[in-house]
Every structure is written in structure tokens, then in C-alpha cells.
Design a protein. Structure first.
Length: 254
């Protein structure tokens, strides 16, 4: 087959965080495939075709991209953040495994990007400096019982926990339920980072104690990072956002 697919991570928003390799893949593509707002972030190229779709049709989008490539197109499948973290890379490979066997002859590459938890962590210091895990609170693709079981295990194991997809208009209750689960094990002074739209003009960072956090403070553009028992805050000047970090040594405690 002469076509190819590159699954591209756009990063969380700031165009300076787009890698040169990702920029090259986007510029050389004959076709862009992705969720509308992500495709809209890519500079237009003469003659380049754009195929936008809703954010809940990932497998259909992946099959469409594979079919385009099978017919000779150079396709860039775009994702926000990193395409391998709760994003399009997994959808493309799932479609590849279950779809037309001929698709397996395609040239497929993944170009990494800065995922939201890394951008959010960098804004405040080093909250992911110790062991951590990342979870999606969305139950669109897995049962809530699985989400709850994994969250309890992560909290009891004393990981820092980064929560993707924490809340939406269609899922208004999950973040509140997750915070209740966390509070069963973590103390009320545990640092929680609410990082909204990192790298975009409407960016907002809040650092609160677990006992102060309300689910209404977050939306789908918010990354929630919940500290471990060892996560520390370093106070700066009056009114300044403190630094937050998790020591690599587990013997260092607040």
C-alpha cells in the first residue's frame, strides 16, 4: 500500500509545545482526520483535505482514516495532548486489529505529544515526581464499577493520581463520587491541583486542599491531580500560587 497514517499529538494547547516531528507530519499529510476543535488547531495547507467528526465516534474515525490510507492518502489523525493517552492511537490500533486485514500492510506511526498531566504538573512544580498513575473518569467506554475499583486501588497504594475527563454535562456526578472515594483514605489537607485549559488563553490553575475541592470547580477542560501522602506544598509570596512537588524519596513526608 502507498498510503500511510501518522497519529499526531498536538499537545494541550500552546503551539510552542508541538514537536517538530508532529509539525512535519501535519504539513505533509494529504488528509487530516479528527475531532473538530483539534483539527481546527492545525494551520491550513493548500490542497489538504479535512475530515472532522464528533468526539464520541473514535472507532468510526479510525476506520475512516485507515480506509483513506488504504486508498493512497497520507493521513494525519490528530489528537489533543499525546495520542497514546486516552486518545486516538488506541482507537486506530483497535480498528486495525478488528478491521480489513489489508489495513495491516499500511505504514502507521505515532508522533507523541505533551499530555495534559505533564503540562499541568510543570505549571506548579513537580507533583508527579514520585510514583503516579493516570485514570479517566469517563464511563463511556468502561463501567463505573471498574473506574471505582481502580481508583480505590491507586489511592490505597499511595499513588499521585491524575484524573482525565473528570466531569461533563452528560457526566456531572463522577468527580464528586471520586473525591468521596479519595477522602476515605487521603487526609483533608492533601494537595489537589485543578488545571484548566493549560497552554490556552483561558488557562486557570488552582491548588486546594482535598477538603476544599468541589466538583463544580472542574469541567472537561480540567486536569485534576490529587497528591499522595508525601506530596508537599512550598509557600511563595503572599497571593502567589505555591509550588507543589512529590519527593522521589518515600521517606520524606510533610
Amino acid at each position: 500500500m502507498t498510503g500511510r497514517i501518522t497519529i499526531v499529538g498536538l499537545g494541550p494547547g500552546d503551539p510552542r509545545w508541538l514537536t517538530p516531528a508532529a509539525s512535519e507530519a501535519l504539513a505533509s499529510a494529504t488528509d487530516l482526520v479528527g475531532y473538530g476543535p483539534y483539527v481546527g488547531r492545525v494551520p491550513e495547507q493548500p490542497g489538504q483535505r479535512r475530515h472532522v467528526s464528533d468526539n464520541r465516534v473514535e472507532l468510526d474515525r479510525a476506520r475512516f482514516a485507515l480506509d483513506l490510507a488504504a486508498n493512497g492518502a497520507r493521513v494525519a489523525v490528530v489528537s489533543g495532548g499525546d495520542p497514546g493517552v486516552f486518545a486516538m492511537a488506541a482507537a486506530v490500533f483497535e480498528a486495525l486489529e478488528t478491521g480489513d486485514p489489508a489495513w495491516r500492510g499500511l505504514d502507521i506511526h505515532v508522533e507523541p505529544g505533551i499530555t495534559a498531566m505533564l503540562a499541568a504538573a510543570a505549571r506548579v512544580g513537580a507533583p508527579l515526581g514520585g510514583d503516579f498513575c493516570a485514570m479517566s473518569l469517563s464511563d463511556n467506554l468502561k463501567p463505573w464499577e471498574v473506574v471505582e475499583k481502580r481508583l480505590r486501588a491507586a489511592v490505597e497504594a499511595d499513588f499521585v493520581v491524575a484524573l482525565y475527563n473528570p466531569i461533563s454535562s452528560a457526566r456531572p456526578w463522577q468527580l464528586g463520587a471520586a473525591l468521596t472515594i479519595v477522602a476515605e483514605t487521603r487526609g483533608p489537607d492533601t494537595p489537589v491541583i485543578l488545571a484548566r485549559a493549560v497552554g490556552r488563553p483561558d488557562e486557570r490553575i488552582r491548588i486546594l486542599a482535598l477538603g476544599e475541592v468541589e466538583a463544580s470547580l472542574a469541567d472537561m477542560s480540567t486536569m485534576v491531580i490529587i497528591g499522595a501522602s508525601t506530596t508537599r506544598r512550598i509557600v511563595k509570596g503572599d497571593g502567589d500560587t505555591p509550588y507543589v512537588y512529590t519527593p522521589r524519596s518515600y521517606g520524606v513526608r510533610a
